[in-house]
Structures are given as C-alpha cells and as structure tokens.
Design a protein around this ligand. Structure first.
Ligand SMILES: Cc1cc2nc3c(=O)[nH]c(=O)nc-3n(C[C@H](O)[C@H](O)[C@H](O)COP(=O)(O)OP(=O)(O)OC[C@H]3O[C@@H](n4cnc5c(N)ncnc54)[C@H](O)[C@@H]3O)c2cc1C
Length: 459
C-alpha cells in the first residue's frame, strides 16, 4: 500500500475542510498539499467574513490547528495554479487534484452607466476594507453623502453596516490602519439598500438584520407601506418560517422609525435599477456616478432617480474559468458528477471540485464542510477502486518544479511569521493585530521570521 497524495487548490473553507476530512476519513495513508495563490490561508474567512464578525472569523483558529497537527498536510501559499504550475503538472504529480478555488468574480447588472467611476462590485469594496493584496489600497474615497447598495443578501448588509459603523468598533478589528482612517473620514450619512422585490423575498438572515438594528449611530428606516404584502409575498411568508421571522424584524424596524440618529440605512423595495447616471451639470468629474435610475418593479412606468455618490452592486459573486478545465459560464461553476469533474459525459480522471466553484456562491462557512465531505467520499472511493495504489511523485518533486521556476512558496511557518508581524504592526498602533495588505511586505516579513524589518507598521 503506497501513500496517496492529493493536491487541493484553494485554502478557503472548502479547501481546508477537504484537507481535514481527507486525512481523517482515509483508512490508508494520505498526504495533502493545499495550494493558494495568496501568501495567506483561509480564503474568504480572512477576506470576506466581515471584520466585526469575530466569532465566524475564529473558525480560522480551528483550521490552523488542523494544519499544525496533521502529519503530511502542507500549505503552499503564493502559488497560483494555472500560472506558476499547470493543471496537467498537478495531475502528473498527484493521485487527485481538488479545485476549491472559490468564486473571485462578480455578476453585473448589465445596465447603462455600470462602467462609471464609483460604481463597484461589492466584492471590490469588501476586498478593499479587508486589505486584500490584489485590491488597490486607494480604490475608495468615502467623500459622498449617499451610497446605494443594490441587493438584499448578507453581503449587501455587511457593506451597508461597514459604511455606518462607529470607527471605535473598527479599531477593535484587524483591518488595515489606512482603512480605519478612510472610514473615520467618511462623509456618507445615508445608505440606501435596494431590493428588486418586496421585503418577504429579502435574502439576508434575521441575525444579520438584528445586528444592523443594533448599530448605535444609525437609524434603520423601513417604509410601513412596504410591509403590506401582496399575495405572492404572503404565500412566501406562509411557506417559509425564516422569511416570517425576518418580516417580524422589518415590522419592529418600521415601528421604531427614526430616532434622530446621525446616520441612516434606508430600505427601498420593489425597485429595478435601469441605469447609473453621471452629473450632466458638471458637479462631478465627468464619468463619475451621481445617481441611480430606478423603476418600480411592479409598475415599470414609475421612474425615479436617486442621487448617490457611491454605488455597490451586490448581486452575487461568480466563479472564474480555469484554462484546461471545463466550465459552465451560466452558473459560473465547474461541472461535476458527485464532485468528480466532467467534460460533457466524460469524467476528467483524478480531478474533483468543492465549495463555491462546485455549487455556486451560496451557503455559510459550515455549508462547505458537508460539500467537502461529498468530495472526499468520491476521492476515497476512487482510490479504493484502484486498490490504494498511488502513482504520485514525492513532495520533493513538486517542490523542485516550483523552485526551478523561482516561485517563492509561503509555507505554514512563513504564514506564522506573517501573523507575528501583523501582531507587531497592531501593537505599534495600540491595536491587537493589523493585517498586512501588500503582498511584497508579506513575503518580506515571512523571509525574516516575522520581524517588521523595514515594513511600515501602517503604511
Ligand atoms: C463578503 C462575504 C462575507 C461572508 N460572511 C460570512 C459570514 O459572516 N458567515 C459565514 O458563515 N459565511 C460567510 N460568507 C461565506 C463564506 O465565506 C463562503 O461560504 C466560503 O468562504 C466559501 O469557501 P470556498 O473555499 O469555496 O471559497 P473561498 O473562501 O473564496 O476560497 C478560495 C481560495 O482559493 C484561492 N484560489 C483561487 N484561485 C486560485 C488559484 N488559481 N490557485 C491557487 N489558489 C487559488 C483563493 O485565493 C482563496 O483563498 C461570506 C462570504 C462573503 C463573500
């Protein structure tokens, strides 16, 4: 019986659960290499989950324990699969390759004006405030009055909440110092959250909504008229207890009304965006958004234009095609059967999927555990069908390939060094920890065991 070797592409929740479950569930020895294009592990737990959600973020502590305590499990960060190493090379070096690379793009509204400055995908805004190294540090200047967020999912509420959150709350998080300062300087005092349908169809969770109501500086305004449900909304509420709970919270918000607070989040339902407009009178630089044109979804003859100096569309993350693998453009996922990648009717031998690239951008962190278990079950069945015989090369062989190309792999110890530097950067500004957000800085501190060594603590 030889050691099975598996490559996992992506160290977000689905990749981390896949690695953990493979080592736990396999009755025969298995080694797992987890690749990530970033020098940092954990995917959207680090770069998606809101900084003011520490409990969810702490799942990374459990993932870290797995990486630290599991023999034969390695982290190979700063390696982009498809660029630094090809899919065919991985297939040649491992018995199985699992794509757990998430959904790094976003859906568009496809309306005129979407290319105007200050119209962004919410993903860009989230990546900016999370200090994602691939997002420009000065991508956002928060100097408007009203922002609009198009979409009514949890990510839309995260973005709206961040725009009104007290700066002292942000100082308790690990977001970079220049981001805290950008929020401190923000002049936005109103965020309008726009839903295409009525409140019964809002997709965010009740928990997330209650949290919004608890932001002290902010009024949450719900028009009581929106809570008079039409038959379609009523039927939905009758059938769905979660929607019923959410509607009860909407009712509480409507009853509470305005408390005269300094900032406002306002819900606008039954509206369809038809265009983003710039200020033709010349108040803004040409090509910058000045408003959003909306129709009533239930009556398209009703048209209104809402002034706004920032527009975030939050209508879904989207998977990205990888050269050499089949891809379903419509769903933004890699097609599969029982997690085995398929090209038409043919199974692509030894290639599997897990997480958002497998099922689309939905579900919470824990959803990816069940998803990864399905993937692991198929891998272990296929290994058993081969009698447990491995055709993989050694760990050194893949290391040699990467070294020969000058790829600076960030291993687990290097990541720990980056963490040490982040704690030091935090101490320098009186905070517990502050994320490094420049890739080159991460690589530099990793190379010297975590000393800030010339890396500015809060550049
Ligand atoms: C803004 C936001 C907030 C969220 N908040 C919550 C929350 O509060 N609670 C909750 O439970 N869930 C939350 N979620 C959902 C949760 O983050 C996802 O369910 C989960 O991260 C999906 O896991 P994944 O592993 O499929 O993808 P990801 O987490 O995106 O991980 C994919 C990884 O693959 C890597 N990768 C991509 N391409 C390559 C390549 N070519 N080579 C090497 N590596 C590659 C990426 O760098 C990334 O690290 C949130 C999601 C978002 C977007």
């Amino acid at each position: 019986m030889s050691v099975t070797r598996v490559a996992v592409v992506g160290s977000g929740p689905s990749g981390a659960y896949t690695a953990q479950l493979l080592t736990e569930e396999s009755e025969t020895p298995v080694e797992v290499d987890v690749f990530d294009q970033l020098p940092t592990p954990f995917g959207l737990v680090r770069y998606g989950v809101a900084p003011d959600h520490p409990r969810v973020k702490s799942i990374s502590t459990s993932f870290a324990e797995v990486f630290e305590e599991t023999p034969g499990l390695r982290f190979l960060g700063n390696v982009c699969v498809g660029t630094d190493v090809s899919i065919d090379e991985l297939r040649a070096h491992y018995d199985a390759v699992v794509f757990a690379n998430g959904a790094p793009l976003d859906r568009r509204l496809d309306v005129p004006g979407e290319e105007l400055a200050r119209v962004h995908a919410v993903r860009e805004f989230v990546s900016w405030y999370q200090g994602h190294p691939d997002q420009s540090a000065d991508a956002f200047v928060l100097d408007g009055k009203r922002a609009v967020v198009i979409g009514v999912g949890n990510v839309a509420l995260d973005a709206a909440r961040m725009l009104v959150r007290e700066v002292d709350d942000l100082r308790r998080t690990d977001i970079p110092e220049h981001i805290v300062e950008a929020f401190a300087d923000s002049t936005f005092d109103e965020v309008v959250v726009i839903g295409r349908r009525g409140p019964a169809f809002a997709k965010f969770t009740n928990k997330e909504f209650i949290e919004l109501l608890e932001v002290e500086s902010t009024d949450v305004i719900v028009d009581p008229a929106d809570l008079e449900l039409d038959a379609e909304q009523q039927a939905h509420i009758d059938a769905d207890p979660a929607a019923r709970r959410l509607l009860a919270t909407f009712q509480k918000a409507a009853d509470r009304g305005s408390l005269g607070r300094s900032k406002t989040i306002r819900f606008l339902f039954d509206r369809t965006p038809v265009a983003f407009v710039s200020d033709e009178a010349g108040g803004e630089p040409a090509g910058t958004v000045a408003g959003i044109r909306l129709t009533k979804t239930s009556d398209p003859s009703v048209i209104e234009t809402l002034e706004a100096q920032l527009a975030l569309r939050s209508v879904g993350y989207l998977g990205k095609a990888i050269d050499g693998l089949p891809f379903d453009e419509r769903t933004g996922t890699i097609p599969h059967r029982d997690s085995r990648v398929v090209d038409g009717d043919e199974i692509v031998q030894g290639v599997y999927v897990a997480g958002w690239i497998k099922r689309g951008p939905n579900g919470v962190v824990g959803t990816n555990r069940k998803c990864a278990l399905e993937t692991v079950t198929s891998i272990l069945e296929d290994i058993a069908a081969r009698g447990g015989v491995s055709s993989a090369t050694s760990a050194e062989a893949i290391d040699d390939v990467l070294r020969s190309r000058g790829v600076g792999v960030v291993d687990w110890n290097d990541w720990r060094a980056i963490e040490t530097a982040e704690v030091a950067a935090g101490t320098a500004v009186g905070r517990e920890r502050v994320k490094l957000y420049v890739r080159e800085h991460m690589l530099r501190v990793a190379a010297v065991g975590g000393e800030l060594a010339g890396v500015p603590a809060h550049a």
